[in-house]
Design a protein around this ligand. Structure first.
Ligand SMILES: Cc1cc2nc3c(=O)[nH]c(=O)nc-3n(C[C@H](O)[C@H](O)[C@H](O)COP(=O)(O)O)c2cc1C
Length: 245
């Protein structure tokens, strides 16, 4: 190897090895990085959420905030954390994209045999969370999860780009695979088998979370944040309450 590229090679190696293995004596630097971490804080001053202004229906409140997030150019306003709990009682989270919402609930699409799919089959309760960082807003939604009607999944599947539709066939989501080549090979097989019009895989479709509890969080100054909770009463109406931050 010529010297110049050898130096380059070692340069890369040294940079990586410095990251991987801190040298003796570098603990001070690590500690100061950690103390900076504990100093990280910001003041939340973008807005407020008053119970007299918040609407009676949490779905309408959500619509207002979601439309505002879409219009505000925040990154991935439609990305939400989905928390599930498996049969072993242990929680797990991942990000999914909201694809629809109405009075029936909040909809996303995925692989029914994935980890989340298996956990939801064992325990059909879940929690969703949006965090619109730039707006200093969080929405939490909890409830029971059901599969959407197969026509709803078919319609949405048909609307996806071809590579996404083939990808749904190619990926045994959440299962161990030997290598990336397995995925690429599966995608090529799916393309050869289904051409330009792949049908929806039977194990791929939508879920709908039917809300039983909502919370809207607006960051405020001095950690005196606004939190409005909506929970169902026995007659199916919504009780709106302020929670302490
Ligand atoms: C921004 C973003 C959006 C995502 N949207 C989806 C989605 O809509 N559906 C999905 O199945 N996975 C989506 N994923 C991938 C999931 O986070 C996750 O890796 C995958 O669903 C497997 O999760 P599981 O093993 O817990 O089932 C998304 C990831 C990111 C970062």
């Amino acid at each position: 190897m010529p010297l110049a590229s050898q130096r380059q090679h070692w340069g890369v190696y040294l940079r990586l090895s410095t990251v991987d293995k801190p040298r003796p004596g570098s603990e001070t630097a690590d500690n100061s990085a950690m103390s900076k971490l504990s100093d990280l804080r910001k003041s939340y001053e973008q807005g407020e959420l008053d119970e007299s202004l918040a609407v009676a229906e949490p779905l309408l409140q959500f619509r207002q905030w979601f439309e505002h997030a879409l219009a505000s150019d925040v990154h991935e306003p439609n990305a939400m954390t989905l928390a599930t709990v498996g049969a072993d009682g242990r929680p797990s989270t991942r990000i999914v994209l909201i694809k629809a919402f109405d009075e029936r609930g909040i909809v996303w699409f995925t692989n029914y045999d994935s980890r989340k799919g298996r956990e939801l089959a064992a325990n059909p309760f879940a929690a969703l969370q949006f965090h619109w960082v730039d707006l200093e807003r969080v929405v939490r939604i909890e409830g029971r999860v059901e599969r959407v009607e197969s026509e709803v999944s078919d319609d949405y599947f048909r609307s996806r780009p071809l590579d996404s539709r083939l990808g749904a066939w190619a990926s045994p989501q959440s299962h161990v695979i030997a290598s990336r080549a397995t995925l690429v090979g599966n995608a090529a097989k799916a393309a050869a088998q289904h051409g330009l019009n792949p049908p929806r895989p039977p194990n791929w479709g939508g879920y709908r979370l039917v809300p039983q509890r909502w919370e809207f969080w607006q960051g405020r100054k001095s950690r005196l944040h606004d939190r409005l909770s909506y929970r169902l009463d026995e007659a199916g109406g919504w009780i709106k309450e302020r929670l302490a931050p």
